[in-house]
Design a binder for this molecule. Structure first.
Ligand code: MCA
Ligand code: AMP
Length: 479
């Protein structure tokens, strides 16, 4: 039976019944409670062109998102630690007239605040009057590009529902699972897969607040967690914690994504947890398109095969088809029913990432072996950094550094980091200021994870004959 959480959308973004309850950071709600608390939200937001959600790791965020989906209103999650620059940009760009918050009267919002009440119970009377077409925009997720401010990725209800169904099939995910994770609730991984996925499959969700090894181990030991999601940083921290890693023996399936899982981390988990994680690959613009399968052997360092209905291809520098094979690399393109409906207000950027025949240029360099397995080798641009699974555009951080009057030039790179995959490091030409002061300065405008871990002051940046900064030299120097 499909619970009428998101009415009129069976097979598009319906939510299955099951023994589901949602626990976030120790607070829980059953499915009936969620449906009626969300109904109260739906009746407040129905008819809005979009609604922002202060997406802290809290039960209110889940209720807010489900309520907006019920009302057919596009959801725009805002990172709770977003700096004023980022927050203002997102709110202006998406034109949401209101924000759903856990508690109203927070100074940081300059638009109408609608408080979400976990205890509130209401009926959703307007279901029949809302036109919930599958291709309506369900979510707008902001993500960084190489330059400029983040772009809003418009995801339809149909694309999300399709992706979740394909992943449920790949991972043999059923209502008997208990999903555990502690990822941020403003990106695809934590929110789309980690919340909507659990609701759609009908499996209980335990969100641990933060993704620490101890919290994951407790959720497995005490709450019967069977399916666990993490970014590689989370898995590497678990692998380094003997007790937490051995607790994972009780889990059915560990899943890693958002960045490449280092082979030594896979091996360590294989040895301590009795299983290495299944890897899956995707991006905000395409959702998850390639994955290992629960029922098949895993391969450390490889992210799996395309989900059913997904096509992938490799192209060369001129955009022509490139040969495949275990040692042949090319730029990866994806065509999938799960891809975005475009960037909000940015047809120019949508055209750049999309080929004329409808494929998405992922920007990733990959190889595909004869069995269709994919290995992600790197990114085409050094200007997209993945740190702890967060995608960060070098240009956005450079702009934040250049906003300081003491800074004349800035170059931001990702340097290899054993914990985060890549750590953000800034190189600046500046006078009368220190590196730590500049880190703090960036922190005042952008989210915490976009803050450089280190800023180096240099006399000049390395440039080629054309005057272009040679970031590869900075990366090589760090190596
Ligand atoms: C964090 N801290 C910092 C900085 N960053 N301090 C200075 N400079 C920085 N740049 C502080 C934190 O505020 C915290 O302080 C302390 O360092 C340690 O934080 P902790 O949370 O343990 O670790 P972290 O290093 O901040 O973060 C690791 C993490 C996080 C928890 C794994 O990176 C994370 O949540 N990653 C998930 C990203 C994600 O969901 N990506 C999905 C994108 P204090 O202790 O005082 O608070 S969607 C996607 O990629 C696609 C679709 C896909 O494939 O999934
Ligand atoms: P985002 O837009 O935050 O969704 O980031 C998407 C990017 O994350 C992709 O283009 C890849 O560079 C990277 N990514 C996601 N999953 C994996 C994976 N399993 N292995 C390697 N890179 C990944």
């Amino acid at each position: 039976m499909v619970v009428d959480l998101i009415p009129g959308l069976d097979g598009a973004l319906g939510v299955n019944d099951g023994p589901a309850a949602v626990v976030v950071d120790g607070r829980s709600i059953d499915l009936g409670g969620l449906a009626s608390a969300a109904a109260a939200v739906a009746s407040r937001v129905v008819g809005l062109p979009a609604v922002a959600v202060d997406a802290s790791a809290a039960l209110e965020t889940v209720i807010a998102v489900v309520g907006a989906l019920m009302a057919g209103v596009p959801v725009v999650p805002i990172p709770p630690d977003a700096g004023p620059l980022e927050r203002d940009h997102i709110l202006r760009d998406c034109a949401a007239p209101a924000v759903l918050v856990a508690a109203a009267a927070q100074d940081k919002w300059e638009l109408e605040q609608i408080a979400v009440d976990v205890e509130q119970r209401a009926d959703w009377d307007e279901a029949g009057s809302v036109d919930l077409l599958p291709d309506r925009i369900a979510m707008i997720l902001y993500t960084s590009g190489t330059t400029g401010l983040p772009k809003g990725v418009m995801l339809s209800a149909a694309a999300i529902a399709r992706d979740l169904d394909l992943l449920a099939e790949a991972w043999a995910w059923t209502p008997d699972d208990v999903l555990v994770h502690g990822l941020p609730l403003f990106h695809v991984h934590g929110l789309v897969l980690g919340v909507l996925g659990a609701l759609r499959v009908g499996s209980p969700l335990v969100h641990t607040g933060r993704p620490t090894p101890v919290a994951y181990a407790e959720a497995v030991e005490r709450r019967g967690g069977s399916l666990l999601f993490g970014v590689p940083t989370v898995w590497s921290r678990i692998a380094a914690d003997h007790d937490a890693a051995t607790s994972m023996r009780r889990a059915r399936l560990l899943v890693s994504g958002s960045a490449g899982l280092p082979v030594p981390v896979y091996d360590q988990l294989q040895s301590l947890a009795g299983q290495g994680p299944v890897e899956r690959y995707g991006m905000t613009e395409t959702l998850i398109t390639v994955s290992g399968r629960a029922a098949e052997a895993r391969r450390a360092g490889w992210v799996g095969r395309p989900l059913s209905g997904v096509e992938t291809r490799l192209v060369d520098d001129d955009g022509h088809p490139a040969p495949t094979g275990p040692d042949q690399v090319g730029a990866l393109e994806v065509r999938s029913p799960t891809t975005m409906s475009g960037y909000l207000n940015r047809p120019d950027e949508t055209a750049v990432i999309t080929t004329p025949d409808g494929w998405i240029r992922t920007g990733d360099v990959a190889c595909i072996d004869d069995g269709g397995w994919h290995r992600i080798v790197g990114r085409q641009s050094t200007d997209l950094i993945k740190s702890g699974g967060f995608r960060i555009g070098a240009g956005e951080v450079e702009a934040a550094l250049l906003a300081h009057p003491a800074v004349r030039e800035a170059a931001v790179i990702g340097v290899p980091d054993p914990d985060l995959g890549q750590a953000i490091v800034g190189y600046v030409v500046a006078t009368s200021i220190t590196g730590p002061e500049l880190c703090e300065f960036v922190a005042a405008t952008l989210s915490i994870h976009k803050r450089p871990r280190r800023v180096e002051l240099v006399a000049e940046l390395p440039r080629n004959a054309m005057g272009k900064v040679q970031k590869q030299l900075l990366v090589a120097d760090e190596g």
